[in-house]
Design a protein around this ligand. Sequence first.
Ligand code: PLP
Length: 553
Amino acid sequence: MSSRVPVSLRDAFNIQKSNPRNQALLFNIGVLRNIVFIYFVLRWSSKAARQLRGYGILGSILIFYEYLRSAAYGLILKAPGVKGKVKAQLDEATAKLEEKMIVRDPSLIRHLALPKNGLSSEKIREELLKLADLKHTNWETGQVSGAVYHGGKELLDLQTDCMRMFSVSNPLHPDVFPGVRKMEAEVVSMVLSMFNAPPGGAGVTTSGGTESILMACLSARNKAYVEKGVTEPEIIIPKTAHAAFDKAGYYFKMKVHHVELDPVTYKVDLKRVARLINYNTVLIVGSAPNFPHGIIDDIQGLSRLALRKKIPLHVDACLGSFIVPFLEKAGFKTEPFDFKLKGVTSISCDTHKYGFAPKGNSTLVYRNSQLRAYQYYVNTHWTGGIYASPNLSGSRPGALIAGCYASMISMGETGYISSAHAIVTCAQRLAAGIRETMSPDLYVIGEPLVSVVAFSSDVIDVYDVADELSKLGWHLNALQDPPAVHMACTTLTVKSVDTLLKDLGEVMVLVKARGKGAAKGDTAALYGVAGSVPNRSVIGSLATAFIDTLFKA
Ligand SMILES: *Cc1c(COP(=O)(O)O)cnc(C)c1O
């Protein structure tokens, strides 16, 4: 590209022409300034072009409008008079939060510093029993969405016994704990085989779905940097993808593009994904299924796109885990989502969800070991010795791997097929019940094939439904954009689905009679505010206060 010298620079050539040395210097500076100028113009215009291509003219205008609205609202929130009111309300909400979350039972000992002398084992057991028995939302009755996925006593006892055997172990020292190394490698191998990995497939275990996703994103970022020199990495995710992808963007400095859904299927819109792909794209993502709606994205379509554009594709099967691979064998409809699709380069699968392993277990599997190596951390210069670790943690609890391994070989393929059968049957019963008896007041979002059923309403405030259900002991998840509620079915909810449908029916009568806008419950209040303000900084402050509360002793 050629460019004419800007006027301001041209003037610079005219002064002090007499001195040839000055002239050369000025010329050099001028050229340099031009190059820098052109570089920034090019950079800015190519960014603008990518933005326009990715989101379209209307989409870009809309994004800009939302940005302005949010900024303006942010200014209002800081205005004198408003600021004080906001703070007062925030303090009040925070106080309420603390009152709800912090148990102040005088019969419980508080240790705000180390006890001078250690307590007796007997006393400690007594104290912890009290803590385990504190009043809480009952998961045992199958009224909680997700959270506890199996909960059977026999499996729990087995896990606890096996974890006990390895309670001192740490996979960071494979020479000290060779048994843990063997179990971990086999957990990964079993998951690779479940997802039809080709020969050469490789993986790791992690502490949970979030870490698996963080590592998948890190691997993709490092790969693009090493192989293509990409320094401004971007990832493209469905807007229904798990928040852990945004967390990865936040931690690893990657731009995250959130793609709209097809309005009928609620799967990610492939055309929009395609438009957003550019030189900086390091990863595209699909879920099998996603957390909010339990919908499996069009992984086949994403795979074709990924192959054509030569970009890695991560499939988030954290939730689908040990159900989605067994859908067909359990007698249900399924869709292709695993390594059989050539474009899929990595899959995250939570052993601690439908794998029924103790919490703190997940896996991340790759098409080949080179992709896996991109997530490793190796330090050959450390004064503490040559250091290498596969993922975020250093020391890790080998006991959890033992608990995971025991769960997997205790369930076996038939065990997982029958749990998949029971759980998916439960979810389909829930979806059918809503469609048949609560339409048109409630509608099911998309066609869920796995364990999560999300529903919404055009008639009533769906958060009000969640609040009323919680009075009856239910704990469902609130979703936003669109406002909705979901139930993630588990082994425990299998026996309670009929009661849920019955209670839902009764709650609907109540909520309908009350009418929209009359809702007063916590969920309705929080999401009512969140959905109505253009700037969520206040909600963000409340969320921060929530985390602070977790650590109030
Ligand atoms: C639960 C979940 C995750 C993250 O799992 P954590 O174990 O909570 O970190 C990721 N993706 C989906 C779809 C999930 O449902």
